[in-house]
Structures are given as structure tokens and as C-alpha cells.
Design a protein around this ligand. Structure first.
Ligand SMILES: [Zn+2]
Length: 121
């Protein structure tokens, strides 16, 4: 059995499409700045498929190991001001003026994170 990266239900090893949500393995979006599927954050959140990506952030389907339920994780990752070394979780922020812009955006992002993103999944 393997686990779907989007809905986290188990399904048969020989299938390439999830029978529960229709997610196909080859639909997995891959960009160097995305966290790779299987990355675990805070020893709790298991990153799955990227379900959305915009100029200021990336939304992932994730599995919460404590609550044992699916959650959405939105990461502040403005491509204009920051980048990531593939395979690492740490974000690098460009220096100078861009660092200031990065921080301002991050504060707004925190405020907005109070919103409920569960509808994005
Ligand atoms: Zn699925």
C-alpha cells in the first residue's frame, strides 16, 4: 500500500492514480523552491502535494501526525525576495532592501494566516 500525497488515504501499490481523490502521481508539482513530499516539519506535519502556488507563497496538503488529520500548510515564500536550496527546509532571504520587503510581507502573511484555508484542499 502507498499513501496519496493529496488526501493521505492508502491505496494499492500498482496504481498510479488515487481512487479516493483522483490525484495522479505525475500531477505532483515540482519546483526547486517547493518542500519535497515527505518532508516533516516540527516533527509533526508531513508535507504532501503542492496544491497551490502564487507569488508570495506555496500551499501544501499535509498530514498532521498529532491530530491524525489532513491539513493545509501555507508557506510564506516570495520568489522575488527569497529562495531555497533544493532538498532543504531553510529559506534564504536576499539581503539589503529585499530583506526589509521580505519582513514586511511576512508580517502581513502572519495576519492573513488567521484565515481558514481548509477550502483550498
Ligand atoms: Zn488521494
Amino acid at each position: 500500500m502507498k499513501r496519496c500525497l493529496r488526501c493521505f488515504q492508502n491505496y494499492e501499490e500498482n496504481k498510479t492514480e488515487c481512487p479516493w481523490c483522483g490525484f495522479q502521481e505525475n500531477q505532483q508539482l515540482k519546483e526547486p523552491q517547493y518542500l519535497s513530499a515527505g518532508t516533516v516539519l516540527q516533527n509533526r506535519y508531513e508535507i504532501g502535494a503542492v496544491v497551490g502556488a502564487g507569488g508570495f507563497g506555496i500551499t501544501y496538503a499535509a498530514w498532521d501526525r498529532v491530530l491524525e488529520q489532513r491539513v493545509a500548510i501555507k508557506e510564506y515564500m516570495p520568489g522575488e525576495f527569497s529562495t531555497r536550496t533544493p532538498g532543504e527546509t531553510r529559506v534564504s532571504v536576499y539581503g539589503g532592501e529585499k530583506e526589509e520587503q521580505y519582513k514586511n510581507g511576512r508580517d502581513k502573511f502572519y495576519e492573513e494566516s488567521q484565515r481558514d484555508y481548509s477550502g483550498d484542499l
